[in-house]
Design a protein around this ligand. Structure first.
Ligand code: GLU
Length: 497
């Protein structure tokens, strides 16, 4: 049997990191097993529809390198792959269930349901539909349908017994049917609910493995009842633990909650775009590399055999398995991602790094004025996330005002007085280097010779020189690199005052 997996996002306008991870696992499992990876858009919740959101899904998958074999844009034998375009498909299946007694028409008004809900709430119970319409006679149902009364179709959950399913991660899951609600399968607008559509779609698309977030775990027994009612074989279920993050507890206005000692309270919670956590797109815009994010996200909830941490997507296609999926929630750790990203930056070719860094150079400096190739060389070992670049190089555009105390450096044996003397000494040395010979090697040789001649320590001159040229104590490259990149004219200008 060929494996067929699907990624079934709802169009929200961004790629949640948990969704990216689900997509990755789904894709990798299909590739590992020589199966098919299918993209299905779940847009039956029309109220939540965001314009352009489907394009974001295509673009994110493409950027991540997860090419799908079937889907709305590439077609396939189970087209259409957008739920709203399949709207006509679901009602006949629901009617089939009505015929077999596994579902029924419900004409209850919103008012009646509201009232029942309120009553349940008053008693502190969770609302469960009372099967009121299950007992309508066939004739009455027909009469009301003929009269054009609005209706929904509900699943008829057995009053007793158990519903269960098997999950790769959670094992055998079993619940009492008495705890399950007769959920709506077809809504008053004729569209299916997610609860119904996912079963019909997964079956009609021949999906063999369903991987999704564990928020669907509690509904899966109901889905299995539907599979049974149709006489279909259910897919293999893989419910994934959520991606969590650390945060501090906040009240409903977003202010930190304090404990009795006035300290903030650490919590772990599910990641959420609404709480300001980054989406996949956000991370890329901040200067994370696609490959690093993918590698990091794959390991957040899946462990390979062995100690290895670095995997390309191609390598993952060989290595990924269901056995490595974790049973406990994974915690997204931005520091770890930063480290991963830094490692990936180090591994880029100099050309690739320059290309990736260029947009970040452009935010801080006039790139035409500088040897950006050399600048990139100096940065590649220091940068973890590309958005750190502008702040690291902004002094090339304009030296910030700085405190003369910056000249004080015990290790280098300098202070503002030593610095004044050192800069006095070095200025004519630099002035004497012709523009055409303004190279790092020349700067190095001439200045070092002058330092020796003046009987000073290297640090006593090089530290102040770096400070006067950059206004900062931490810079990519030292005095010679900075002087070279600034060029003679700007170097002399900065030395003059
Ligand atoms: N459309 C659902 C979501 O975006 C996916 C559910 C599933 O994969 O079955 O959460």
């Amino acid at each position: 049997m060929q494996v067929r997996t699907r990624f079934a996002p709802s169009p929200t306008g961004y790629m949640h990191l948990g969704n990216l991870r689900t997509a990755l696992y789904t894709y990798l499992y299909a590739r590992r097993t020589g199966g098919k990876f299918i993209l299905r858009i779940e847009d039956t919740d029309q109220g939540r529809e965001v314009k352009g959101a489907v394009d974001v899904i295509y673009k994110s998958l493409q950027t991540a390198g997860l090419e799908h074999d079937e889907g709305p844009d590439v077609g396939g034998p189970c087209a259409p792959y957008v739920q709203s375009e399949r709207r006509g498909m679901y009602l006949p299946y629901a009617k089939q269930l009505v015929e077999s007694g596994h579902a029924y028409y419900c004409f209850c008004t919103e008012e009646r349901l509201e009232q029942a809900r309120a009553e349940a709430e008053k008693k502190g119970e969770t609302f469960k539909y009372d099967k009121h319409c299950l007992h309508l006679s066939r004739e009455e149902v027909q009469r009301r349908l003929d009269a054009g009364e609005p209706y929904v179709i509900r699943q008829n959950i057995p009053a007793e017994g158990k519903a269960s399913f098997d999950d790769v991660i959670y094992g055998h899951v079993e619940v009492d049917c008495s705890t399950l609600d007769d959920n709506v399968l077809i809504k008053a607008d004729g569209l299916p609910t997610y609860n119904f559509a996912n079963v019909i779609d997964d079956h009609t698309m021949g999906i063999t493995h369903v991987m999704r977030g564990n928020e669907y775990l509690s509904s899966a027994p109901k889905y299995n009842l539907l599979y049974e009612a149709f006489g279909w074989t259910p897919p293999t279920y893989v419910h994934l633990t959520p991606v969590m993050c650390r945060d501090i507890q906040k009240d409903k206005d977003g202010h930190p909650v304090l404990d009795e000692n006035g300290q903030t309270i650490e919590i772990t919670r599910k990641m959420s775009k609404r709480k300001g956590d980054p989406s996949f797109e956000d991370l890329l815009a901040q200067g994370y590399l696609v490959d690093a994010v993918i590698n990091y996200m794959v390991l957040l909830g899946w462990s390979p055999r062995g100690e290895r941490e670095f995997y390309t997507l191609n390598e993952l296609k060989q290595a990924f398995d269901l056995e490595g999926l974790s049973k406990s929630p994974a915690i997204f750790d931005i520091a770890k991602l930063n480290w991963f990203n830094g490692e990936y930056i180090r591994r880029l070719s100099p050309e690739a790094f320059l290309e990736a860094a260029m947009p970040w150079f452009e935010k801080a400096i006039d790139v035409k004025r500088f040897d950006v190739k050399r600048l990139a060389e100096l940065l590649q070992n220091r940068v973890d996330v590309l958005n750190q670049i502008p702040e690291m190089i902004d002094f090339f555009a304009e030296r910030p005002a700085f405190d003369p105390e910056l000249y004080t450096n015990k290790k280098m044996k300098t202070n503002p007085d030593v610095a004044a003397q050192a800069l006095e000494m070095v200025r004519p040395v630099l002035e004497a280097i012709p523009e055409a010979e303004w190279t790092e090697a020349n700067l190095h040789d001439r200045v070092m010779a002058a330092i020796a001649e003046a009987g000073m320590k290297n640090g006593q001159v090089l530290w102040p020189l770096r400070i006067v040229l950059s206004g900062k104590s931490s810079t990519p490259g030292g005095a010679f690199e900075i002087a070279y990149l600034l060029g003679k004219e700007e170097t002399m200008k900065r030395l003059a005052n």
